[in-house]
Design a binder for this molecule. Structure first.
Ligand SMILES: [Zn+2]
Length: 241
């Protein structure tokens, strides 16, 4: 089990239970930062219980691996992220027996998710990927990403961002919805959020644009762009509105 830095007593921002000891969870996962950025920008942390932190670490790892394996390793923007992911499924890079086994297991899990083009469903395509999909090319492979994995990660981002910027918990009176859409199609919405809200750049890793409704300081439009390439669009609204 991973070890997390301890925070004091308080309420977990993910499950709302009270704990005598909490851990710090990174809003933008540490492993998603490029090496240049990590020391400067990894300071956005939020209080989380150990159980939620463990659960979300697994979500982040599974999603990063699948996204990173689809990135073009020749593109300097994500060369490092892409190479790290490729190495993480190669047993020959294992440091000890446990590490070798972990790499083998990751590889097996990914092999199960590999789709040949004939079987790729339209809903399974992540927009903004570097290659043009050619459905006639039977040799190209793709990796299926469970939409639930994307939603779990988007929800984590929203909870962390609203807490970090407003100090608020997104309670069960609110709905968090994520959208996968091509950046250019929602550029007007992103521009609007930036005009009414904030844009924060975390080195070359993250561009965060968000606008939070001042009435409740929770309802919000949130856009998180990793490596200027993969966009997570999230809307938080009050139920029954
Ligand atoms: Zn929790």
């Amino acid at each position: 089990m991973a070890k997390f830095k301890k925070a004091g007593p308080g309420t977990c921002i993910y499950c709302f239970d009270h704990f005598d000891t909490l851990t710090w969870d990174h809003v933008f996962p540490k492993a998603w930062y490029t090496d240049d950025d990590i020391s400067n920008y990894e300071k956005w942390k939020v209080p989380s219980c150990q159980k939620c932190n463990n659960r979300l670490s697994k979500v982040e790892e599974d999603l990063l691996l699948r996204v990173a394996l689809c990135l073009n390793p020749n593109d300097p923007r994500f060369k490092e992220i892409s190479l790290k992911a490729r190495r993480s499924i190669k047993p020959e890079f294992g440091k000890n027996e446990r590490d070798i086994l972990a790499r083998k297991n990751r590889r097996l899990a990914i092999e199960k998710d590999i789709l040949r083009h004939v079987t790729i469903p339209d809903y399974g395509l992540l927009p903004n990927m570097p290659f043009e999909l050619d459905k006639t090319d039977q040799n190209k492979l793709s990796i299926g990403i469970d939409p639930k994995l994307i939603s779990a990660f988007a929800e984590k981002l929203a909870r962390g961002i609203v807490f970090k910027t407003m100090g608020n918990y997104i309670t069960s009176d609110y709905i968090i919805k994520d959208y996968q859409c091509e950046k250019h199609k929602i550029q007007p919405e992103i521009d609007y959020a930036q005009k009414c809200g904030q844009r924060i750049k975390f080195g070359n890793t993250v561009i965060l644009v968000y606008a939070i409704v001042p009435d409740d300081n929770i309802s919000s439009m949130i856009y998180v762009d990793f490596w200027e390439h993969i966009l997570f669009s999230i809307i938080v609204t009050k139920k029954n509105q």
